[in-house]
Design a binder for this molecule. Structure first.
Ligand SMILES: Nc1ncnc2c1ncn2[C@@H]1O[C@H](COP(=O)(O)OP(=O)(O)O)[C@@H](O)[C@H]1O
Ligand SMILES: O=P(O)(O)OC[C@H]1O[C@](O)(COP(=O)(O)O)[C@@H](O)[C@@H]1O
Length: 320
């Protein structure tokens, strides 16, 4: 069983549109609503593949009720912590050429008692000794910046490994504290953390190894359309897949993380699944999360110790 925590979940609204033009009246042909937020999507992906999961999240107001209802429709076991603030809605425009633009709302504030209730709800799930705790997404206002470090302490006290997928300051705080057994940044988040460009595979591996030297055990670094890297202190693997026509990239990273975790202790199998589940998500509308019918493991190639000189933007299965 895998427990996920999403401190800042969302009702994801996707507007499918031919072309987005600023300053015009735009007619939307399809408007979609999905349960969203990083841990929530990891739970959705695991559940779609018949794996056991519990999602812990705060919910408030009408959108919070809608989010709970959406999770219920997906058959997700959810522990919801009632909060005063209304759950946010994140908006995505998905254009016909596959361009995805995300407008992520900061999210309404949680007060101290609500943050404490979220930690307690997670701790109660940790008592069941899950295989992983997955903690992900931005932090709503009022949540301490070291929230993921606190979760890590709770998980480690129970001997439960923790995967952390966040960005900006919460990523920096968690990474520098060595809080993660698995970190899941994308290459842009890693570049932001070090304030330097990531041009080659070697640049990403070098930066990731620095993150691991702070005490984090491994990292799954996703590279958008150029696959994903799994980096350990001594070894690294790259996985890529045959090209996909994108419909919405939202949920690709979360699907990739879920795929990785579903692979068990075999890191190559995990990475293969990460690339397969992530690329499957990209071909689906809005925040639709793939299930077994969408995933094609045979489109993925995994290689050990990829050439550090390779340029990220050129990475594809055709190259290796
Ligand atoms: N445009 C794309 N084409 C094909 N696969 C993609 C594309 N974007 C993402 N993916 C797949 O989804 C995974 C996660 O995507 P990425 O964009 O790196 O994560 P995040 O959503 O966290 O930013 C990638 O490792 C890759 O396998
Ligand atoms: O908490 P953040 O960073 O605003 O991100 C939340 C958004 O990211 C998602 O979890 C999707 O993330 P990925 O595209 O990285 O898989 C959405 O469902 C959600 O709206």
């Amino acid at each position: 069983m895998i427990v996920t925590v999403t401190p800042n979940p969302s009702v994801d609204r996707t507007l499918e549109i031919d072309t987005f033009t600023r300053g015009e009246v735009l007619r939307i042909h399809t408007a979609l609503a999905h349960a969203g937020g990083k841990g929530v999507n990891v739970s959705r992906a695991l559940r779609n593949h018949g794996l056991q999961t519990v999602a812990v999240l705060p919910t408030g107001g009408a959108e919070g009720a809608q989010l709970s209802a959406l999770l219920g429709e997906h058959g997700i076991a959810a522990v919801t912590v009632p909060v005063a603030a209304v759950t946010r809605c994140n908006i995505t425009t998905a254009e016909a050429d596959g361009t995805t633009t995300q407008l992520n709302v900061a999210g309404a504030a949680l007060n101290e008692a609500e943050v404490a209730a979220l930690l307690r709800a997670t701790e109660a799930q940790l008592a069941h000794r899950p295989e992983w705790l997955v903690a992900g997404g931005s932090l709503p206002t009022g949540t301490p910046e070291d929230f993921y470090v606190r979760l890590s302490e709770l998980a480690r006290a129970r001997g439960v490994p923790i995967a952390i997928d966040t960005s900006g300051k919460p990523l920096e705080v968690a990474a520098r504290a060595g809080a993660a057994d698995l970190l899941k940044p994308n290459h842009h988040e890693l570049a932001e953390l070090f304030d330097r460009e990531m041009v080659t595979i070697g640049d990403v591996i070098e930066a990731t190894r620095e993150v691991l030297s702070w005490g984090n055990r491994a990292a799954l670094v996703t590279l958008g359309g150029h696959g994903a890297l799994l980096v350990e202190p001594e070894r690294a693997w790259w996985a890529g897949h045959t090209p996909v026509v994108p419909r919405s990239t939202v949920g690709a990273g979360d699907s990739a993380l879920a795929g990785y975790l579903s692979g068990g202790p075999d890191v190559c199998e995990g990475l293969r699944r990460a690339a397969a589940w992530g690329s499957a998500a990209v071909a689906l509308p809005g925040t639709t999360i793939p299930g077994p019918d969408h995933v094609a493991l045979d489109t993925v190639r995994v290689i050990a110790d990829p050439d550090p000189g390779r340029v990220l933007e050129e990475m594809s299965v055709a190259l290796v």
